[in-house]
Ligand binder design. Sequence first.
Ligand SMILES: C[S@@+](CC[C@H](N)C(=O)[O-])C[C@H]1O[C@@H](n2cnc3c(N)ncnc32)[C@H](O)[C@@H]1O
Ligand SMILES: [Zn+2]
Length: 273
Amino acid sequence: MFQLRCTVRDCQQLLEQHERELVCSAGHHFDQAKQGYWNLLQPQDKKSKNPGDSEDAVLARHRWLQRGHAVSLIETLRPWLATSDTPMGPRTLDLGCGEGSFGPALFPDDAQSYCGIDLSKRAIKLAVRRWPDATWVLANADRVLPAADESVHRVISLFGRRPISEIHRVLVPGGICVVAVPGEEDLIELRQEVQQAGHRRSRWELIAEEMSQAGLEVLDQKQWHATVNLQPDAIADALAMTYRAVRHSQKSRLAAVHAMNVTLAADLLLLRR
Ligand SMILES: C[S@@+](CC[C@H](N)C(=O)[O-])C[C@H]1O[C@@H](n2cnc3c(N)ncnc32)[C@H](O)[C@@H]1O
Ligand SMILES: [Zn+2]
C-alpha cells in the first residue's frame, strides 16, 4: 500500500501496516474501516459532524461521472501523467479525490502506489468500493498531509484541495503536480439560467502565481472544453455538485427546462517541484 505518515500532531512517524491496523513507532494506531479505507482524521481536523462535500453533492458527482462526462478530460490529462522528464516513480497522492473515478482511470496499473484523500466519508466509501486495491484515506487535506517529506512523485488536485506548502513538502524534487479548476465557461449556460447573470471568472492564473511563488514551477497549461446535451436529471446533478445551495426560485426556473446544451470547461496546470 501507499506509505502513509502518522497524523497525530507533531508525530510525523511513518505508519506500518499490521493486518487491519496502521501503527507508528510512537504507538499511535489507526484501525482500518470495515469497508477498507483508513480514517486518519484527527478530532481537531473535522470542521463539522459530516465534513467535506455533502452527501447530495457527492452522489450527484458520482452519477455525473458515471454518465461519462469526464472521459475526454481524462484523455486530456493522460499525457501529463504518463510521460514526463521528471524522475518518475509511481507514488501518487490525489487531494480531494471524491468518489474516486479519476485514480483508476488515470493510473490503472498503480493501485499499490496510489492514495486518494477526501474529507467526506460518503465519497471515500464509494471510492474504496470501486478500486479496493488502492489506498483511501479519510483526512483533511488542508491540514498536514499524511505523507513523508519528499516521498511522492505526483500530486493531483482535480477540482480538489491545494495546500500549496504541503504539496511542496511531500513532492520529491522534480515531482509533478497536476491541478484542474473549473474554467470560465464551465456550465455557463446553466449559471446564466439560475443566476440570470453567469459570471465568468478565471482562477487558474492566480493559482499558477501562488504555486510558483511557493517553488512549484509551471511547466504547461491547457484548457479542456466539451459541449454536452443535458437532460433534466443531469442538469439537477450539475447544480447539486457545483452549488451548495441553489435557491428554490432558481431551481423552479430550471424546472421548465427540458434539455439543454451545456459547456463544460476546465483549466489544467502542470507544475514541477
Ligand atoms: C468538487 S469535488 C472533486 C472530487 C474529485 N476530485 C472529482 O473531480 O470528482 C471536491 C472534493 O473535495 C473534498 N474536500 C473538501 N474539503 C476537503 C478537505 N479539507 N480535505 C480533503 N477533501 C476535501 C470534498 O469532499 C469533495 O469530494
Ligand atoms: Zn504517531
